[in-house]
Design a protein around this ligand. Structure first.
Ligand SMILES: [Zn+2]
Length: 337
């Protein structure tokens, strides 16, 4: 596009107008995101969650997707009058998307790490206070009011790609976590007296994968992790974790390993419209194509890997969404009582 024909004034005003429209579109997008979340429409299209949909489906960077989702989560629970006020502030640039999302992140972390649940009034008060503030000023404000700012304001992990085969990870560890790392070092010192943090985390990951991942192969581990597990693992660790009480073992560990191997340890849900395969690798569950409740058998042919959201979607298709939501809320109630 060639804009050389515009006068300076036209260019100046045109740019300003576009920014204003861009902000309004972003606010409008947040409401679409909210409705998308309510309907869980992303699941049918082969995405395991809203974040995966924003990144893989809409092409946002992980940071942009996070800012939009967190801002939407803050906005959706506010009283309607306040929603309008925040929308106006976002549209006019008095408040940035980045600060609104930082505020939501802050509320979530304060609840998790400080057991502090902010009231609507407190949230609205803070929204007022971040108006006109830069990102840096907003972070300083949150730091000053937090009971545990290391966790709630500073604890954003960082991952940076260094080369094709190497990444750098940075995170803030608490005193308690440092003590736990030190203790792991002490009890494994005979295998590796001075492990680097990378080696330490590799050992811990290896230990967890051996216990929890049916597809994990011993050959995948490095020499240091192999040496470590050889000396640390007790005979009882070789066995798989026992099912919890009231949990019926529908599938054997052998079958689980076969399903993982065939499905390449990922959710194989496919959107029939676009052919998009979910591919999620987190929290995988074995799903019976014909449910056990309807006589389905635990065979390789009848079993497949699903992420939690897609396992639920399959169940909703058979038993209905309302029935599944009732079933889940009953289980949550039972577990929390
Ligand atoms: Zn999935």
């Amino acid at each position: 596009m060639n804009l050389t024909h515009l006068s300076d004034l036209e260019l100046w005003n045109g740019t300003k107008e576009l920014v204003s429209k861009e902000r309004e579109m972003t606010t409008h997008f947040l409401w679409h995101l909210k409705e998308m979340e309510n309907r869980k429409l992303y699941r049918e299209r082969g995405f395991s969650n809203l974040f995966a949909y924003c990144v893989e489906g809409l092409g946002y960077t992980p940071g942009s997707a996070t800012r939009r989702i967190k801002s939407m989560k803050l906005l959706k629970n506010l009283p309607e009058l306040v929603q309008k006020k925040v929308e106006e502030a976002l549209n006019t640039g008095k408040v940035s998307l980045s600060n609104v999302s930082s505020l939501q992140h802050f509320f979530e972390k304060e609840k998790k790490f400080c057991d502090k649940e902010y009231t609507q009034t407190e949230k609205i008060d803070l929204l007022d206070k971040i108006e006109g503030k830069s990102q840096d000023q907003c972070q300083r404000l949150l730091f000053s009011i937090s009971q545990n700012p290391e966790k709630t304001v500073l604890s954003q992990d960082r991952e940076r790609i260094l080369s094709e085969t190497q990444s750098e990870i940075k995170f803030v560890a608490s005193d308690q976590q440092m003590k736990m790392f030190q203790r792991v070092r002490e009890i494994t010192a005979h295998a590796n007296p001075h492990p680097t943090y990378a080696e330490l985390f590799e050992m811990l990951a290896d230990f967890m994968l051996m216990k929890k991942d049916p597809a994990y192969k011993v050959t995948q581990k490095s020499h240091s992790a192999a040496e470590w597990t050889k000396t640390v693992r007790k005979p009882s660790d070789q066995s798989q974790p026992k099912p919890r009480q009231n949990e019926r073992p529908y599938t054997s560990k052998k079958l689980e390993r076969e399903v993982h191997a065939r499905d390449h340890s990922m959710c194989t849900f496919e959107d029939p419209l676009t052919g998009k395969i979910c591919g999620c690798k987190y929290g995988l569950e074995i799903d019976h194509a014909v449910p056990v409740a309807l006589g389905g058998e635990s065979t390789l042919q009848n079993c497949r890997l699903r992420c939690r959201p897609h396992n639920l979607l399959e169940a909703e298709r058979v038993f209905g969404r309302e029935k599944m939501e009732q079933h889940l809320s009953r289980n949550i109630g039972r577990n929390s009582s």
